[in-house]
Design a binder for this molecule. Structure first.
Ligand code: GTP
Ligand code: MG
Ligand code: ZN
Length: 307
């Protein structure tokens, strides 16, 4: 039988097979990619499984090839990565201006990652109720001005307004497999609970806990939209590790730079201070946003990002 992994709790996996949920274990050896992984199977994986004789539980025999995946550096094991989810149509980054505030630098790091994984991204600004009535904020204006022209849609929602949320959000997620990501406390689980009434994910007030690194959601899990499609709720992230990107590749993951690549005087140009650099020229001419270029430099200078 073929099924899709919807949840992983230690050595047991929940697999959806033809609409039914089956608990399954892993048996036998698995051939992994060259990746060094802390988890052999991730939410979103398609697997081949069979029932254990005379039992209600299954055995996973094989992982089918992944179309794509999102990985993060392991926090526990050096040089290892953790697969967050696989076989995605898109990644949704939930951001908030207040409680907590998401920085543009964080958004850029996230987008570099999704570009490198070749997964389309969408930005959802949640908790709009907290800033409505305030003067048009620079933060919100920047988000629209910077990201929409690059092809990343920006939606403004409030999880407190169910009807509006469904109306705006559903057209983007229906019949798709979407990862939901973002800082702890931005309302990922709250949004999910509105969209998938049977989900009942725990949610918690932001006051203080997030600064201590405590997350309400602690592992990835897939939920099914009544309208079709699925959403994968994930624990809040502080940082989205940028993996397997060589220094000279970084500009490939900035869509506004990508189109000028190959036009610099030197073919190993880092676009920092080299003469005849087309990126610096386009920055000066206003075709590249200064904030985005600053993020480029910041990521470039964090040598940790590059092996
Ligand atoms: N005012 C307001 N509060 C919201 C909104 N959405 C979520 N919240 C509140 O924000 C807090 C955090 O929400 P969660 O859904 O637990 O956040 P999360 O992103 O899932 O957090 P982690 O699971 O830790 O990553 C809760 O108290 C929610 O009630 C919103 O649109 N407006
Ligand atoms: Mg949560
Ligand atoms: Zn250059």
């Amino acid at each position: 039988m073929k099924g899709r992994v919807v949840k992983s709790t230690g050595s047991w996996y929940t697999v959806k097979v033809e609409g039914k949920l089956i608990s399954a274990r892993l048996k036998g050896k698995f051939k992994q990619d060259e990746l060094k992984l802390t988890n052999p199977i991730a939410v979103g994986d398609w697997v081949e499984l069979e029932m254990e004789p005379g039992q209600q539980t299954g055995v996973i025999r094989q992982i089918l090839p992944r179309e794509n995946y999102v990985i993060r550096k392991s926090t526990r094991k050096q040089h290892f990565s953790h697969i967050i989810a696989s076989n995605l149509d898109q990644a949704i980054l939930v951001v908030t201006m207040k409680n907590p505030r998401t920085s543009l630098g964080f958004i850029d790091r996230f987008l570099v990652s999704t570009e490198s994984f070749r997964i389309p991204a969408l930005i959802v600004v949640n908790k709009m109720d907290l800033i409505e009535g305030e003067d048009a904020s620079d933060w919100l204006q920047d988000i629209h001005e910077i990201y929409e022209p690059l092809g990343y849609p920006v939606l403004e929602v409030s999880a407190l307004n169910d009807k509006d949320l469904r109306k705006k959000f559903l057209p983007y997620i229906q019949d798709k497999s979407s990862l939901i990501s973002g800082h702890s406390g931005v309302g990922k689980s709250t949004l999910l609970n509105v969209l998938v009434p049977e989900a009942s994910q725990d949610t918690k007030e932001v006051s203080g806990f997030s600064s201590k690194g405590v997350h309400t959601t602690t592992f990835a899990e897939m939920f099914f939209l009544p309208e079709g499609g699925d959403l994968i709720d994930t624990p809040g992230i502080k940082e989205f590790g940028i993996l397997d990107i060589e220094e000279h590749e970084l500009s490939h993951y900035f869509p506004e730079m990508r189109k000028y690549l190959g036009q610099c005087k030197y073919n190993n140009c880092r676009h920092v201070n080299e003469p005849g650099c087309m990126i610096l020229k386009k920055l000066e001419e206003g075709y590249i946003h200064p904030y985005r270029y600053q993020s480029y430099l910041n990521i470039l200078s964090e040598e940790d990002s590059f092996r």
